[in-house]
Design a protein around this ligand. Structure first.
Ligand SMILES: NC(=O)c1ccc[n+]([C@@H]2O[C@H](COP(=O)([O-])OP(=O)(O)OC[C@H]3O[C@@H](n4cnc5c(N)ncnc54)[C@H](O)[C@@H]3O)[C@@H](O)[C@H]2O)c1
Length: 385
């Protein structure tokens, strides 16, 4: 186990415990953080082997807690107010009071929904995040953004990503890299999209160089490399969240974590898009695949705006491809349609796009009111055959 990463937020500070086999010790991590619920509701992602949930509930029961369980079958459609309402009912039926805690065990969808339920139940109970995908470990479980998507039944089948939510920091995060062993390779690769994003915003090229040299071992499931990968990426996120918890710093701060995401959110909700032009059955895109495409579009924009050289862009595209993620997508709608969907992004201010754009390798900045033509070129750059 590597030393925990501390997210420094004054009274809301918390540890992110990272290692292999750490889930069994969740009760002792709670005790050392002086978190003493009498009851917990564990929300288990149905993709997570039952044995992991059992290990947690056994450990908590052995420590004298009353442990209840419910499940969530994750998909962007199920990341909904309806699911949140069902889980709120489960929380009430389990009898949780304001001193108790919701424990999220699963990928980013489960963590986002369970965190939102915890933020709303009786105006807020604790949430403990136990992420079980690489993406949730390096990104979604840390930082306190929780929420659900909003489906608009206005004829355009719009699914507004993460449109309803709350900032609700976890009390503890326990990232057990042993849980990654049961992930589909496609899901493991998705986490690398967010890792590459982090490597492009840290302010230097150290993380990018380390990620490039460690990628193959991470993909092969090397537990020591995965632990280090999670630790390095959580440290990047923890630093930005501590500096700008609610994303109010107009010059960057936490908003840098949205690199590629305005493009990503516009395309990941188009149900027919597949990461592999040869295999339509892989549609829709997963979040990490959409992020990879978003990074490819953002680097194209950066080259267009003179902020990145073609060689730097090629280095990023090479890394995305090496991670087994897409850099282009077939059947993308016309760029004006995609650009319109980008305006649905909740970071849009006054109808003007706010985009995070790379500056060379390892740095990025915020640009407001980017020219529509340049955005169109960036979308066309990821248009596959
Ligand atoms: N809150 C944030 O700051 C933040 C940041 C990034 C992404 N997100 C959100 O995270 C979501 C994507 O998360 P994700 O990539 O983890 O996808 P996901 O939650 O859909 O999980 C992917 C798949 O992996 C399965 N799974 C999870 N753990 C498993 C395990 N240990 N073994 C086998 N299968 C397992 C799940 O059942 C699911 O089928 C998106 O909704 C995105 O918006 C949130």
């Amino acid at each position: 186990m590597s030393p925990p990463v501390r997210v420094e937020l004054g009274a809301r500070s918390y540890d992110v415990v990272i290692g292999s086999g750490v889930l069994d010790r969740v009760a002792s991590f709670l005790a050392s953080a002086e978190i003493c619920p009498a009851r917990i509701l564990l929300v288990r992602d149905t993709g997570v082997p039952e044995a992991h949930a059992q290990a947690i509930t056994d450990a908590l029961r052995a420590a004298g807690l009353e442990a209840h369980q419910t499940t969530l079958d994750p998909s962007e459609r199920a990341k909904s107010l309806e699911t949140a309402e069902r889980l709120l009912g489960d929380t009430a039926r389990a009898g949780l009071d304001r001193h108790d805690a919701v424990v999220a065990l699963g990928g980013g969808i489960t963590g986002d929904v369970a965190g939102f339920v915890a933020s709303a139940y009786r105006r807020g109970v604790r949430v403990v995040q136990c992420p079980t995908t690489l993406l949730a470990m390096v990104d979604a479980s840390v930082g306190g953004k929780t929420g659900v998507n909003l489906a608009l039944d206005d004829g355009a089948e719009r699914l507004l990503k993460n449109f309803v939510g709350a900032f609700h920091q976890p009390s503890l995060v326990v990232a057990d890299v042993a849980t990654l062993a049961s992930l589909e390779p496609r899901v493991l690769r998705c986490g690398l999209g967010e890792c590459i994003k982090h490597a492009l915003i840290t302010g230097d090229t150290d993380l990018l160089d380390w990620t490039t040299s460690s990628l193959d071992d991470a993909l092969a499931g090397d537990a020591a490399v995965l632990t280090e990968l999670v630790r390095k990426n959580v440290a990047v996120k923890a630093r930005l969240v501590a500096r700008d918890e609610r994303e109010t710093d107009a010059s960057g701060g936490r908003a840098l974590l949205n690199l590629g995401h305005t493009f990503a959110h516009a395309i990941e909700t188009i149900p027919s898009l597949s990461p592999d032009p040869e295999d339509a059955s892989l549609a829709p895109l997963m979040h990490g695949e959409a992020v990879a495409l978003g990074l490819a579009a953002a680097t194209a924009l950066a080259v267009d705006l003179g902020r990145m050289t073609g060689a730097e862009r090629d280095a990023v595209l090479w890394l995305i491809g090496r991670a087994g993620l897409p850099t282009s997508v077939a059947s993308l709608p016309p760029s004006d349609q995609v650009a319109r969907r980008m305006l649905d992004d909740k970071k849009t201010l006054g109808g003007r796009l706010r985009l995070i754009v790379p500056e060379g390798l390892g740095r990025a900045g915020v640009l407001e009111g980017v020219d529509a033509g340049a955005v169109g070129h960036a979308i066309d750059a990821i248009r596959g055959p």
